[in-house]
Design a protein around this ligand. Structure first.
Ligand code: DQA
Length: 156
């Protein structure tokens, strides 16, 4: 069976395609999901792709990730910059979490420069639009392969 990766999207990402297209592009969340499923298949990963506007739902899904998922890709959207609760949830997880943002948050308003997720994430990908999700899937596949690889044998 293929390992499963949970891809979680936070508030307002359901509006992609209509929302500030000069910032987020014309790609819809459904387009991104389709791209992730194709890329996941090529990498031998099953993709479960979800979106919610509710912080508590993100917390429940992150907790669920600890039961049966191999990795999480998280675009917590605005909660990235506000949520100690999400920080605590990610911190408690043993599966790796890859933080993604469509836009380059560091080239935007100062309030977007701080992330409560980054200190507890395996890594961060920002500014590459929908491609960022596929890059995160690559990173997840590589981390999983590394975790499964037998330890190097040392010559006597
Ligand atoms: C975002 C960046 C956040 O600052 C913003 O609140 C979002 C989307 C991104 O993908 O670029 O909603 O996470």
């Amino acid at each position: 069976m293929h390992p499963s990766v949970l891809i979680l999207n936070g508030p307002n990402l359901n509006l992609l395609g209509m929302r500030e297209p000069h910032v987020y592009g014309a790609t819809t969340l459904a387009d991104i999901e389709a791209r992730c499923i194709v890329r996941g298949k090529a990498l031998g990963l099953h993709v479960d792709f979800r979106q919610t506007n509710a912080e508590s739902q993100l917390i429940d899904w992150l907790q669920e990730a600890g039961r049966g998922f191999a990795a999480v890709i998280l675009n917590a959207a605005a909660y990235t910059h506000t949520s100690i609760a999400l920080h605590d949830t990610v911190r408690a997880l043993t599966v790796p979490v890859f933080e993604v943002h469509l836009s380059n948050v560091y080239a935007r308003e100062p309030f977007r420069h701080h992330s409560f997720i980054s200190p507890v994430a395996r890594g961060v990908i920002a500014g590459f639009g929908a491609l960022g999700y596929e890059l995160a899937l690559e990173a997840a596949a590589s981390a999983l392969a590394e975790a499964e690889a037998p330890p190097p044998s040392h010559p006597q």
